[in-house]
Design a protein around this ligand. Structure first.
Ligand code: ATP
Length: 231
């Protein structure tokens, strides 16, 4: 579902990505770990078509991100650390607005259904977004991804700044997304979260994917030890 082939990215003379190869299948959750500056966001921005690679390519559901960025965008949803939404619209209205932008029109019941699938309490659906917590905003971000029927979700440090309960809730939502057949690529610093939800884990160092591991083979402590040895 997501395939990255020999991706390189240079910013002037600085090489941010070197020969990155990666495959994530349907329903798989891949966690990308790495220090600040390792190249995780650069990878996500190339997948989103926001950056052009220096060489190499990536494919979403078989479609090239460099060749057909607009076609690829239909299958992608992006959930950054802070989901940007309209503070003066309710959660439901935000979802309606962004669904329409993606050319989907839903009834109120259907929109509420998407929000319910993310665990956002019904009482919050009609409240202004400006009063939402970070975790609640992320749930609306996930609901938008569900409403636009995205096949691949790109998450950039999704649990950063969430309290432990919101992190556990978010982890559970991501697990369910995988079970529903969504493919997830998640850049994160949260080793515990990566071990608990990901099917595979990559560790990046200075633009190189230096480890590509099945998550089930590790406890969080073991992964942390390996991470510290690797970077
Ligand atoms: P973080 O965890 O801090 O988000 P990251 O792994 O996402 O880090 P990137 O943001 O992809 O890392 O950055 C990779 C490298 O590329 C860094 O050294 C960064 O300084 C550099 N870089 C990123 N964007 C640019 C740019 N527009 N111009 C020059 N260098 C850049």
């Amino acid at each position: 579902m997501l395939k990255i082939t020999d991706l390189h990215k240079k910013y002037n003379d600085f090489t941010a990505l070197r020969s990155l190869n990666l495959e994530v299948g349907k329903g798989e959750i891949y966690a990308l770990l790495g220090q600040n500056g390792a190249g995780k966001s650069t990878t996500i921005n190339i997948l989103l078509g926001l950056l052009k690679p220096t060489s190499g390519d990536a494919f979403i559901n078989g479609v090239s991100v460099t060749g057909y960025p607009d076609r690829v965008k239909k299958d992608l949803a992006y959930i950054p650390e802070t989901v940007l939404l309209y503070p003066n619209l309710t959660g439901l209205e935000n979802l309606d607005f962004f669904s329409r932008i993606a050319c989907f029109e839903y009834s109120r019941e259907q929109l509420s259904g998407f929000l319910n699938r993310t665990g956002l309490q019904e009482t919050a659906h009609h409240k202004m977004l400006g009063g939402y917590s970070k975790g609640m905003r992320q749930k609306v971000g996930i609901a938008i991804a569900l409403a636009k029927d995205a096949k691949v979700l790109l998450l950039d440090e999704p649990t950063s700044g969430l309290d432990p309960i919101a992190t556990a809730e978010f982890t559970e939502i991501v697990r369910q997304l995988g079970q529903q057949g969504k493919t997830v690529l998640m850049a994160t610093h949260d080793i515990f979260n990566a071990v608990s939800v990901a099917s595979a884990i990559g560790i990046m160092k200075q633009g190189v994917l230096v480890q590509n591991l099945p998550s089930k083979a590790f406890t969080a402590e073991e992964l942390q030890e390996l991470y510290l040895k690797t970077i």
